[in-house]
Design a protein around this ligand. Structure first.
Ligand SMILES: Nc1nc2c(c(=O)[nH]1)N[C@H]1C(S)=C(S)[C@@H](COP(=O)(O)O)O[C@H]1N2
Ligand SMILES: [Mo]
Length: 274
């Protein structure tokens, strides 16, 4: 797994470093081949998370695009149709009774319905989604900032990470033809539920939003209904779809395989900065 991931990632980084607008903006597709700047970009990616933060700044913004740049057909990836019975029941009722607990190291734990989230000020952003597999798509996302949601639960000072617990099991719910299927099948036992985590610096970044809308429509099931994370300065695998609950923790060692996420437990980097 690691070698093919590394290869795809190098390919992706090579394209991203060149910012090959002709390829990137034409819609969803493989990114461009190697260009100048590859070495610097690869090196940047290999820098430790702390160094990368120091160089990039914790507030640097991801590029935003125009409506005319939207990809005509935004690819859906990973899980696209969760089979969890509770999820199915919520989806059948158009998520009217979905509600998301926010718990853990917070002063005021509470749940949020979609109506609660829609009552908060919304941010709309048109951004490029880069998947580690080497494809990119541009989409428009709308929802409250995660920081506005966190303000309402008052994180305790010990809280270091925001963990997203999802409804899907990637091994069972994903699209066909995804090479990653074979990887998740090598795990013992039933496939684990998808989950992920980010640190507080990313959690309060102005482009980190909980999106309930994509391209002006309610988020579809394939893209993570009713709510998914948008974390625009990291790769697609960090952007949890099908959010069931949020938990603030000091450490993620006791969750899942202890590496901070479904993909991280399988060997992907926890910090997937681009
Ligand atoms: N819950 C959940 N979130 C997920 C995934 C998944 O399988 N399950 N796949 C990730 C990956 S690898 C990518 S590229 C994006 C895909 O988002 P999209 O389906 O909107 O393209 O979701 C990410 N978030
Ligand atoms: Mo991805």
């Amino acid at each position: 797994m690691t070698s093919s991931l590394d290869r795809d990632r190098r390919l992706f980084l090579a394209g991203a470093a060149g910012l090959a607008a002709d390829v990137m903006l034409s819609g969803c597709g493989r990114v461009a081949a190697s260009r100048e700047g590859q070495t610097a970009f690869e090196a940047a990616n290999e820098m430790s998370y702390a160094v990368q933060r120091a160089v990039m700044g914790s507030k640097a913004l991801a590029p935003e695009f125009a409506l005319s740049d939207l990809s005509p057909d935004f690819r859906a990836n990973g899980s696209i149709d969760p089979k969890d019975p509770a999820y199915k029941a919520l989806a059948a009722a158009k998520f009217a009774s979905w509600s998301m607990p926010v718990t853990g190291l917070v002063e005021k734990p509470r749940s949020f319905t979609l109506a609660d989230l829609k009552a908060l000020p919304a941010r709309s952003q048109i951004t490029r989604h880069d998947c580690v597999e080497g494809w990119s798509c541009i989409g428009q996302w709308k929802g409250p900032t995660l920081s506005s949601v966190l303000d309402l639960v008052a994180p305790k000072s010990e809280a270091r990470y925001v963990v997203f617990h999802c409804f899907d099991q990637l091994g069972a719910d994903q699209s066909e033809g995804n090479p990653d299927l074979d990887e998740s099948n090598t795990l013992d036992g039933p496939p684990p539920k998808f989950y992920g985590s980010i640190d507080m610096a990313d959690a309060v970044h102005p482009q980190t939003i909980l999106a309930y809308e994509m391209n002006g429509e309610p988020l579809s099931i394939a893209h993570g209904a009713p709510l998914r994370l948008r974390l625009e300065r990291q790769l697609g695998y960090k952007m949890n779809k099908y959010i069931r609950s949020i938990e603030l923790v000091e450490s993620f060692k006791a969750i899942g395989g202890g590496k901070g996420g479904y993909w991280e437990d399988l060997g992907y980097d926890w910090y997937a900065g681009i």
